[in-house]
Design a protein around this ligand. Structure first.
Ligand code: SF4
Length: 247
């Protein structure tokens, strides 16, 4: 006889995230992530789309999704400020996976907006194209590479969330730690952005990303601003509905 959780499925789990981080081993985490994606794909079909930021975590989630079903699609949000290495890696990724669709806001914004209003800059260059992707690709469940051990702003998430009404968000590697990401990538021979070889641990736009050390992987993001170690907004701002509030 199945227990209640097996009946309900992993998508409805109410497990303690912190305990999962500490108690599951690498293999159990991989199996859990695959099961989450598989279950979500069964439920949402082509409405399930991976948000691939081209960072190590996204690359990991993308590979897991492809293990579940090679037909799963994805989108990349890029900006005019991405480092050359990231642009190169993006081109290679899209060549290998034409089902990765690229979104970019080329509209006019103030010079060096990232210096005096990085929230606004991220809203225009990252959040807005993410909204476009979700609408254009008719996404009902987006899949992210978010991890709860990544930094101070990422401790409060669940594996399955509905932050925007009608848009499910699946965070299938939420409970993985940094070492397990590298373990998975190494064991599966998966290529990553060259910037990791230089010491970067979390990648963003060139003006807003520095090499960092210490516990907080995201400490090198937006250094010197109130946004330091924080978020671009795609995980915290509305992705559907009226944009007036978001602006
Ligand atoms: S990371 Fe920096 S440059 Fe990129 S969109 Fe955000 S504020 Fe602008």
């Amino acid at each position: 006889m199945k227990n209640v959780e097996e009946e309900m499925g992993l998508l409805e789990n109410n497990d303690n995230v912190k305990e999962l981080v500490e108690n599951l081993n690498y293999r159990e985490k991989v199996e859990r992530s695959l099961a989450l994606i598989e279950e979500a794909y069964e439920r949402y079909g082509d409405g399930l789309v991976v948000a691939n930021s081209l960072g190590k975590d996204s690359v990991c989630v993308w590979a897991l999704a492809k293990m579940v079903n090679p037909g799963i699609k994805g989108f990349i949000v890029t900006t005019r400020y991405k480092p050359a290495e990231t642009v190169r890696f993006m081109k290679e990724s899209v060549t290998q996976y034409p089902e990765l669709k690229v979104f970019r806001n080329d509209g006019e914004i103030s010079d060096r907006l990232y210096e005096y209003d990085p929230d606004r800059c991220c809203q225009e260059l990252k959040v807005l194209p993410t909204r476009w992707a979700i609408k254009e690709m008719d996404v009902s469940c987006w899949v992210t590479g978010l991890r709860c051990t990544e930094g101070r702003t990422r401790t409060d998430y669940k594996e399955v969330e509905e932050r925007d009404v009608g848009l499910m968000k699946l965070n299938p590697i939420l409970i993985w730690n940094e070492r397990e990401i590298w373990q998975f990538l190494a064991l599966n021979g998966i290529k990553v952005n060259q910037l990791y070889a230089e010491g970067f641990r979390s990648l963003g736009c060139a003006p807003c990303t520095k090499i960092s050390t210490g516990d907080n992987e995201r400490a090198g993001r937006w250094v010197g601003t109130s946004k330091c170690g924080g978020e671009c907004g795609i995980h915290t701002r509305p992705l559907t509905g009226d944009l007036v509030e978001a602006k």
